[in-house]
Design a protein around this ligand. Structure first.
Ligand code: LAC
Length: 319
């Protein structure tokens, strides 16, 4: 299985490469980056730990290698800066994403794209509509939202985070939808008190801005690198267990044509299915608000990049 990581010299890309080297999969890992010395530095380092996993090789590569990759991961981004939303990187990263995908994204591309460049939702949606990549083979990374929700619930309730199963769906951003009705602790459904819920909500609502305010110059390289490796393993092995992922929806959750975080069933050819859970009215409204936000971002992208605005059927009344 050939994995090509754009931004492979960066924090998330190199963390993902390290986690893949440690995986049990016989992977060919190719790092692509505009900073060749950074790639060489990481490759020289990672080669020394190939003996601790089953990856066949890790090497520097060129953008052309994406054409026959099984999975292409986009982590490339403009440098981080103080901001209050991932959407603030939309137009800055637009050219980076288009420059990377334009040479190979089209009907002849048979691999899966894992989008990690923010804002994930808009770029997943664009790759599907503008480049014609099937909605089953362009996936966005959103696991961190659920990981933070699990941590926030565990802290609020006073239990080990390992005992918590909790999900966030929707936009990977301000309109994320924590599913309080699906929380399980030690395998049992759990209902949080109002105080516990307020604490967990405050944790997930503020995580991104608190982290950005540190102005550390780094993003979530450890959670994102591990999480993306878990996604790739789920694709490689196939799984009956849903995985949080951004998928261009085809009417599920009342949305069509827009990429949003949902429980996805993953396999070698990408998305095998979307699990549709019942939502409360408030959760449904937040989910649809996220769809509207993403649709506006995609239209802005199209105007910025193509000189025309695209329309997607984000919400089908009564679906
Ligand atoms: C995060 C970035 C990857 O939420 O969007 O960690």
């Amino acid at each position: 299985m050939k994995i090509v990581i754009f931004g492979g010299g960066g924090g998330i890309g190199s963390s993902l490469a390290f986690n893949l080297v440690r995986s049990e999969l016989p992977l060919e890992i190719v790092l692509v980056d505009s900073r060749p010395h950074m790639v060489t530095s990481h490759v020289m380092d990672l080669e020394d730990v190939l003996c601790y996993g089953r990856a066949s090789e890790v090497r520097a590569g060129t953008a052309e290698e994406a054409a026959d990759a099984d999975v292409v991961v986009l982590t490339a981004s403009v440098p981080l800066r103080l901001n209050d939303s991932r959407s603030s990187f939309l137009l800055d990263n637009a050219e980076i994403v288009d420059t990377i995908v334009a040479p190979w994204a089209g009907p002849e591309f048979r691999g899966v794209v894992l989008m990690m460049t923010n804002p994930v939702d808009a770029f997943v949606t664009r790759l599907h509509h503008h480049y014609g990549l099937p909605d089953t083979r362009v996936i966005g990374y959103t696991l961190n939202d659920s990981l933070r929700f699990r941590f926030g619930v565990a802290a609020a309730v006073g239990v080990s985070v390992r005992s918590v199963d909790a999900w966030v769906i929707g936009e990977h951003g301000e309109h994320q939808v924590p599913l309080y009705g699906r929380i399980k602790i030690s395998g049992n459904p759990a209902t949080l008190t109002e105080v516990q819920r307020a604490s967990a909500q405050q944790y997930v609502d503020t995580w991104y801005r608190r982290h950005v305010a540190l102005d550390s110059g780094r993003t979530s390289t450890w959670s994102s690198g591990l999480g993306a490796a878990l996604m790739i393993e789920a694709m490689a092995k196939g799984s009956d267990e849903p995985f949080p992922a951004n998928v261009v929806l085809g009417g599920q959750y009342g949305v069509r044509g827009v990429g949003l975080g949902v429980p996805a069933l993953l396999g070698a050819t990408g998305v095998q299915g979307v699990v549709e859970w019942p939502l409360t009215d408030d959760e449904q409204q937040r989910f649809l608000a996220g769809a509207t936000s993403v649709e506006a971002a995609v239209a802005e992208l199209s105007t910025h990049l193509d000189g025309s605005s695209v329309t997607t059927l984000a919400q089908q009344p009564g679906v």
